[in-house]
Write a protein that binds this ligand. Structure first.
Ligand code: CO
Ligand code: CO
Ligand code: CO
Length: 346
């Protein structure tokens, strides 16, 4: 029997996240513990929490899990793991150990699918040099998978949402459009070539991007996932107390993502993300509607957004390309606070 996990879900990957506005409502009720060793917590909406062990070592802790983004169980395991590990890379950390988190409908799927998901996760973890040392399983439908990851970082070398500085350029390391392409796949509107490219990109670890960031002593970065490119940039602008201008024409897109949006294939998550970001964003009057919706397209295992000193921009782009991130591009820049937090231009 050929297993097709996509048959089981409506919203796969990071588009299954709780809408950002609702999440902020809920988080208001979560008390923030006071402890001088907590270096990063949810206050800045960073990708992971950071806890200082001593002057040389802090732990980066993060978890992510979601329903299937693709048909094949092994590939789903790979993508979910790459996505979970990404939050450690986004902060400049080194992933060390992890636990599996798996919800699996034992009565509705053959056990081999179960094993394949875990195998995909384990192979991706090995690629990252990460050891999976345990986990937890619940019988649940639809299936969900991800990791809880612990990484190491030097307490003074943490890269956060709050580290973007006026004058910096913003670099994006992977093209966007995975949410749109996956929605197009469901509607039989997407090309096989684009689906394969989206799968390849979701399986691509942000490891090489993180290595380049560490080499250049970068202070501000995040990864692009469920809240979309402009949603994550908004969180970065807010935490850094700056404004950001994004030129949507410079944002690399996967294959025919633009055409799919133009044909009306706009995932619901994009509207939810737009609704969240709207009040803090200034849209250029002539902003192309399709590019606007792509700016809020929920990404699964997306690339890094890196805030780099302007004079290093060319050098860093060249290094990212050498490291296999051939679509890396400067997509905008950071300014002093200027009215709205984010300006979306053509
Ligand atoms: Co993240
Ligand atoms: Co995350
Ligand atoms: Co347990």
């Amino acid at each position: 029997m050929k297993i097709d996990l996509l048959q089981m879900v409506e919203n796969g990957g990071c588009s299954a996240k709780i809408p950002p506005r609702q999440l902020e409502e809920i988080l208001k009720y979560l008390p923030l513990p006071e402890d001088p060793n907590i270096l990063v917590d949810i206050d800045t909406h960073d990708d992971a929490g950071v806890y200082k062990v001593n002057d040389e070592l802090a732990l980066v802790l993060t978890t992510d899990f979601f329903p299937p983004v693709c048909s094949d169980p092994y590939e789903f395991g790979q993508i979910a793991a790459a996505n979970s590990i990404s939050d450690v890379y986004a902060m400049g950390g080194t992933p060390v150990v992890a636990l599996n988190i798996l919800m699996f409908p034992a009565a509705r799927l053959p056990m081999e699918a179960y094993a394949e998901i875990l195998k995909g996760g384990s192979d991706m973890a090995s690629e990252a040099g990460l050891r999976i040392i345990g986990g937890h399983t619940i019988d649940d439908f639809p299936p969900k998978y991800g990791l809880a990851v612990v990484g190491y970082i030097h307490p003074e070398k943490i890269i956060t949402n709050a580290g973007a500085r006026p004058g910096d350029s913003l670099i994006l390391t992977k093209p966007i459009g995975t949410g749109t392409i996956l929605a197009g796949q469901r509607l039989n509107m997407a090309d096989r070539k684009d689906i394969d490219e989206a799968l390849r990109l979701m399986k691509l670890l942000n490891k090489s991007g993180a290595e380049v960031m560490k080499k250049y002593d970068i202070k501000g970065a995040t990864d692009v996932t469920g809240f979309g490119l402009a949603g994550h940039i908004l969180k970065m602008a807010r935490a850094s107390k700056v404004s950001v201008r994004i030129n949507m024409k410079k944002v690399p897109l996967i294959g025919n993502a633009y055409k799919l949006i133009d044909e009306g294939c706009i995932p619901g998550a994009a509207f939810r993300n737009l609704e969240y970001a709207e009040t803090d964003t200034l849209f250029a009057p002539d902003l192309d509607y399709n590019l606007k919706m792509l700016a809020y397209d929920a990404q699964t295992s997306g690339g890094l957004i890196i805030s780099v000193p302007h004079d290093l921009e060319k050098k860093i782009i060249a290094e990212l390309k050498d490291a296999g991130l051939e679509d890396s591009s400067v997509i905008g820049y950071v300014t002093e606070p200027a009215g709205k937090l984010v300006h979306l231009d053509n």
